[in-house]
Design a protein around this ligand. Structure first.
Ligand code: F6P
Length: 320
């Protein structure tokens, strides 16, 4: 039976991570476990930056963006020597299990530690929504709302000046932020890794909008898709006659108070993770599919394919 459980956040931060930490710590304490915070993700495991925490440690954090236990990316954690160092430190504290919040890199670390005898459960925490074993990741909904607010503002100024606005959103090679965000904002064009109208189609559409004297055009683009956004904008301006501006939303998308949806998702996934550990499980990741709590073997989860995207692309194609 496990007695001591650690929690860490790793990779890019996401709104709702604090809500998840709160749920994990409180669910653990409620079940008689001693709970530990690991600072700066896997780095904190290796550097032994670990403290025992009580209920009050997670008071007043539900509504805060970022992660109070900080985060880091540690590519070296892929090596067995570094993993063994982490296990040594965990054993010294008597910690038998971990809940790790992050993206697929975080899941890989969790799987490695489980193989070395520390049961780990992964929680999907990333704005990118690029984890196929859950319909939604923690932070995605808040990020979408940030995108919608920003694009609504850009629409105002684009409209006043009769401009075309090209807006780059994050996603790390997953187009969900662009596809969902573009749909929510009524973008005229969405360019994502899964749905990429070619340049001729982009130009024809924007030329048509311009010739019909529409007040503005909004184009949402996934990051890492177009090598030079300014050059792309110049090409559009030249070929369509639209005065064109680019905006890279950048890290503003990662901040802010989590939405109600992300807070509830975090609470449900956090409690589910503790229940799995209490059942003696490890090497699993939790998620929500079709409104239900689910969990999968991490290795299986890492090779799953997302099926929601195709349906949304059909909607986008129908509405364009
Ligand atoms: O994974 C979250 C994310 O924000 C991606 O959307 C983006 O590509 C990346 O992290 C940016 O990473 P960093 O904060 O290290 O620049």
């Amino acid at each position: 039976m496990i007695k001591k459980v650690g929690v860490l956040t790793s990779g890019g931060d996401a709104p709702g991570m604090n809500a998840a930490i709160r749920a994990i710590v409180r669910a653990g304490i409620k079940n008689g476990l001693k709970m530990y915070a690991v600072f700066e993700g896997y780095k904190g495991l290796v550097d032994d930056d670990i403290i025992e925490v009580d209920r009050s440690f997670v008071s007043e954090i539900l509504m805060r963006g970022g992660t109070i236990i900080r985060t880091a990316r540690l590519p070296e954690f892929a090596t067995i020597e570094v993993q063994k160092k982490a296990v040594e430190n965990l054993k010294r504290h008597g910690i038998d299990a971990l809940v790790t919040i992050g993206g697929d890199g975080t899941y890989k670390g969790a799987m490695a530690l489980t193989k070395l005898g520390i049961n780990c459960i992964g929680l999907p925490g990333t704005i990118d929504n690029d984890i196929s074993s859950t319909d939604y990741t923690i932070g995605f909904d808040t990020c979408l709302n940030t995108i919608v607010q920003a694009v609504d503002k850009l629409r105002d100024t684009s409209s006043s000046h009769q401009r075309c606005s090209i807006i780059e959103v994050m996603g790390n090679r997953c187009g969900d932020l662009a596809l969902f965000g573009g749909t929510a904002c009524g973008a005229d064009l969405i360019l994502s890794p899964e749905y990429r109208p070619d340049d001729d189609e982009v130009i024809a559409k924007l030329r048509h909008i311009h010739m019909n004297r529409a007040r503005h055009a909004l184009v949402i683009v996934s990051e890492k898709l177009i090598p030079d956004l300014n050059q792309f904008a110049e090409m559009i301006a030249e070929k369509t006659g639209f005065d064109t501006r680019t905006t890279v939303l950048g890290h503003i998308q990662r901040g802010g108070s989590p939405s109600a949806f992300d807070r509830v998702l975090s609470a449900r996934l956090g409690v589910h993770a503790i229940n799995l550990l209490l059942d003696g499980k490890g090497g699993r990741c939790v998620g929500m599919k079709d409104g239900k709590l689910v969990d999968f073997d991490i290795n299986e989860a890492l090779v799953m394919k997302k099926d929601t995207t195709k349906e949304l692309i059909d909607v986008i194609a129908t509405l364009k």
